[in-house]
Design a protein around this ligand. Structure first.
Ligand code: UDP
Ligand code: MG
Length: 325
């Protein structure tokens, strides 16, 4: 059994002024309780990552940090998206284990105790899995469900109903830092790390306050990234469709030739000429689009641009302007 770890709770925040005070309160109380129960060691803390918020999020973080040394913060130079904010927090932490959780407290903070216990039992990655999504809207549930199905269909290994609420040990984080993709899709990458992993179930509740920072457009972008980062199945799919269409056209060609040679027969005209032109045109355009998506991805990856820059920090042990993530 591992000794009680020093943990960092990483909280990405984008325009979260409405929820922060409650988040600080609940996470502070949780750390008090876990420390008293000797589940975690003293020195455990929270790292808020301000992902280029335009509201009072950063001044609030500074304020909480001045009152409680366990509340620490990183400020990114601009909005870089949830995944990068989480990475910035994880790579800046120097504790034994890092838990990542959203600022809006939709994920039950009490699951952290179970995660740490699983860590102490030897797990290097512990996934928080939603046992019920009854608090989400029907649309959100349906899209999420379809999303996991599509990923599975395309052969992406992923933990069902797990978002980015998870614990990672120091060595799992070291492994994660070896993945040098600029556009890291954490839910897909973390299972690739291996090591022993565990699952902790919790019920997801409603956003405590404020609005979702993940509108449909961002959700779709993340979903598409999940597919294209881990699978070339869409490319094979196109090859498959192309092969089928080619076979059918050869058969049609042979049929037309036979018809033309037989006396008294003509090949029927308009529909059989025009419809395939449109169908093939559409399929080709989609095909080019999908191939373009992968080419574009490669383009962004070869540029090796840094994922984020830390512009300011508050609290012990955090570094600004260090190695960019
Ligand atoms: N978030 C972020 N950068 C962004 C968008 C969101 O750091 O560009 C954070 C946000 O503050 C929250 C978490 O990511 O802590 C999840 O966002 P949200 O709760 O809005 O997503 P939902 O739960 O609706 O999917
Ligand atoms: Mg949320």
């Amino acid at each position: 059994m591992r000794t009680p770890p020093i943990i960092s709770i990483v909280v990405p925040c984008y325009n979260e002024e409405a929820v922060l005070s409650e988040t600080v309160l609940r996470l502070g109380a949780l750390l008090d309780r876990l420390e008293a129960a000797c589940v975690v060691s003293p020195g455990s803390h929270v790292i808020f990552v301000d992902d280029g918020s335009r509201d009072r999020t950063w001044p609030l973080i500074l304020d909480y940090a001045s009152r409680d040394a366990r509340m620490r913060g990183l400020r990114l130079s601009r909005n870089r998206g949830h995944q990068n904010a989480v990475l910035a927090g994880m790579f800046n932490a120097s504790s034994d284990a890092v838990v990542t959780i959203d600022a809006d407290l939709q994920d039950d903070v009490d699951a952290i105790e179970k995660m740490v216990n699983a860590y102490r039992d030897g797990k290097d990655v512990v996934y928080g899995v939603r046992s019920s999504r009854s608090s989400d809207t029907f649309f959100k549930r349906w899209t999420a469900e379809s999303y996991y199905r599509v990923l599975a269909l395309f052969g992406v290994e992923i933990v069902f109903n797990h978002a980015d609420y998870r614990l990672m040990s120091r060595r799992a984080l070291a492994a994660l830092s070896e993945f040098s993709e600029v556009n890291l899709f954490l839910r897909g990458v973390v299972p690739q790390i291996g090591f022993e992993s565990g699952v902790v179930e919790y019920a997801r509740s409603e956003r405590f306050a404020g609005e979702s920072k993940y509108p449909l457009k961002k959700m779709l972008a993340l979903a598409w990234q999940g597919v294209t980062s881990f699978s070339v199945t869409p490319l094979r799919f196109i090859t498959g469709i192309g092969t089928i269409i080619s076979c059918v056209s050869f058969a049609l060609g042979a049929w037309a030739l036979i018809m033309a040679l037989l006396p008294g027969h003509t090949v029927p005209g308009w529909a059989s000429t025009v419809i395939p032109i449109y169908v093939l045109g559409g399929v080709q355009l989609i095909g080019i689009g999908v191939v373009g998506e992968y080419v574009g991805k490669t383009y962004f990856e070869v540029k090796r641009r840094p994922r984020y820059f830390v512009s300011e920090v508050v609290g012990e042990g955090l570094v600004a302007h260090g190695r960019p993530g």
